[in-house]
Write a protein that binds this ligand. Sequence first.
Ligand code: ZN
Ligand code: ZN
Length: 413
Amino acid sequence: MSDKILLIICDGMADRPVRQLGGKTPLEFAETPFMDKLAEIGCCGIMDPISPGIPPGSDAAHLAIFGYDPTKVKVGRGYLEAVGCGLEVEEGDIAFRCNFATLDGQGIIVDRRAGRKNIDGKVLAEAINNIKLAGGIEVTFKPTVEHRGVLVLRGENLSPEVTDIDPHRIGVPPMKAKPKTLTKDAKRTAEIINTLVKEINKILANHPYNKERVKAGLPPANTLLLRGASTKPKIKPITEKYRIKAAVVAGGALYKGVGGAVGMKIVNVEGATGTVDTNIAGKFEKAIELLKEEYNLVFLHIKAVDNLSHDGDLKGKIDFISRIDKVLGKAVEEYSLDRCIICLTADHATPVEVGQHSGDSVPIVMAGPQILSDNIKRFSERHAAQGNLNRIRGMHLMPILMNFIGRMELFEL
Ligand code: ZN
Ligand code: ZN
């Protein structure tokens, strides 16, 4: 019996038939000899990450796939991203996700991403981290990728029950934080956030870095749009639940965060960016290195498929899937499948023609020691639906995998 699992999640890889491809899905159309090989020697099925027809957010889908019921466990995006980028979040701290954005002279949002690329968040972070707030509230800001970052407030009597600053659209000013409940703490926290945002705007507007950006014809990163206020949840780590050592290899902070939140060790890989130019080979190498060590479960996340799908980039999606396949093939050749179970799936579908997450089921394959093969020889949405695994929900996956490595307790009366 093996006690090693490599769980590969290609974000948003599942799709629908595309007319331009003669009714094939991007996964069917792409060259994927190694994914097909997995299908041939392993067992396929389809998975509803949350439940049939529900379009999942990536966070909820991953939480479910790790065996937690996302309708019951409350884990905020702010907390996840903060954990994911290596910030310490203690009980009582409030974490937010945020975007650098561009305000015009009237305080209207003209670009929710401040040009998105080439923002030196580190320079601006220094200025934000120097902000002193009344009541001993500490502010920690850390930039992540492109225009994104996380902000953590630490102090007495803070509440996550506050609304977002980010209106999620342009042409309007940022919103004011409001308490979601009538508690004193929520009211106070909303006031603290509104004061903080004013202070941030003042500092960013006058920052030499932004003056340089304007001179260079770039949109200044002159505000920070906060959203997803959240605290540390109370959950039993996956490592305790199944008596395993687990690690996450991902580029995006959110995914490292979901892994970290359930107790996985966050392992960083040079060049793992969560974008199209990511170092997929490096991620696979690291994952295999961890499996060769004492790790039982390594979760490897590949984000760019989802980005390309959101952008409606059909060719990009097909090419990227083929790229994953090549690297996967090399990894499987080097780290023999008789030592490890490989499970490959997606956290949801992001059909290129829709440009957003949909509630379709996703294909899944698992191959390795003691896994019964079926008659499926291709890995795709259509083929996997005929496999022996049939149709499962995201929450079923961990027990299924853990059963194969002998980590499930006997159920008896
Ligand atoms: Zn996703
Ligand atoms: Zn997405």
